[in-house]
Design a binder for this molecule. Sequence first.
Ligand code: PMP
Length: 416
Amino acid sequence: MAELSPVLKQATPVVAARGEGAHIYDEDGRRYLDFTAGIGVTSTGHCHPRVVAAAQEQVATLIHGQYTTVMHRPLLRLTERLGGVLPAGLDRLFYVNSGSEAVEAALRLARQATGRQNAIVFQGSFHGRTMGAASLTTSGTKIRAGIGPLVPGVVVAPFPYAYRLGMSEEDAVAYALREFDELLITVTSPLDTAAVFIEPVLGEGGYVPAPDAFLQGLRERADAHGFLLVADEVQTGFGRTGTFWGHEPSGIVPDIVITAKGLASGFPLSAIAAPEALMAKAWPGSQGGTYGGNAVSCAAALATLDVIEEEGLVDNAARMGERLRQGLEKVAQASPLIGDVRGRGLMLASEFTSGGRPDAAAALRAQQAAVRHGLLLLTCGPAGNVVRMIPPLVVDGDQVDAALTAWEASVAEASA
Ligand code: PMP
């Protein structure tokens, strides 16, 4: 009898039988509030009727219209629609299946377009598990350990993680930009630097927002030296942070935007967007893949965009995010274990520390207690001491309050 490989690590013992909105039901009919959203994917909630109907209709019409062989309408319509939500000028797109694949594609694109090799990433960043994406990932050595040699040409710069650095946000930004400039002088010449990759909110690395001034500083440096600014919006995009894109509040426009997770409500789909002049430098045929831009995924993505717009989910993420943040702060004030609450929109986290040091055991106790209280959560952060909340963007006030009640009890249990 075959069994699942132990290489997969599971955060909860739950076996999901079905999902509806912000809830998951296990095989015994027990209901859980799903504040993981399948790692930030099911933004429209589980099985939103509009997404289900669009996918069902597409399944019966055309499942696989392979886009480098024959084009299909859902992909063309989605491309048009994404033009309406992407930053102006990023109007050339192509599609693959996952965040990692899209990151790999962006790295290849950046190298081809600039004729340079190196990529700068930030310490604590997560860009994926495939070899190229893992080479850009420093959110934890478990992603990199034992698989080297990794793709060369990756330079790691410090992220302005103010809480960990023990600095004000302003000082953390000044420090990180100073170090960034130093790397351009000492490690990777601008002549060799193709791109800088940044998550507008550091995701797996601990839910640390990149301050606006930091993104603006990177934009200035990219312009001054002719390298590309790549926004990895895989986790932050599609309304998650209370604006459509995580980079939006900073006012900058990236050269490349990568989107995945929330794009198709759970169907595998990712997209890479860049200006025409940049895409024109890529070699035709050097990107793509058998399943990229799957017709059912594209139909689900179109329905996802309809739902986000018609149900005002970006605003809901901002409003519910504020409600959730206030509750998390109250719980943190009452607990000596939680040193910091942070995030944006519905991408929020509590960092567990003891005596000023990361306390992964306490974070795990709280996360596991939450499962017993019917609330599904995930941990993150390089030390695993951060508990994150990423509910679907359809979450309502009662569900946020119920999650906070469960969280308060879980933190109390973790402290006992
Ligand atoms: N980039 C970011 C910012 C992510 O959060 C993730 C997934 N957590 C990835 C890339 C990789 O995406 P995937 O798991 O779909 O390959």
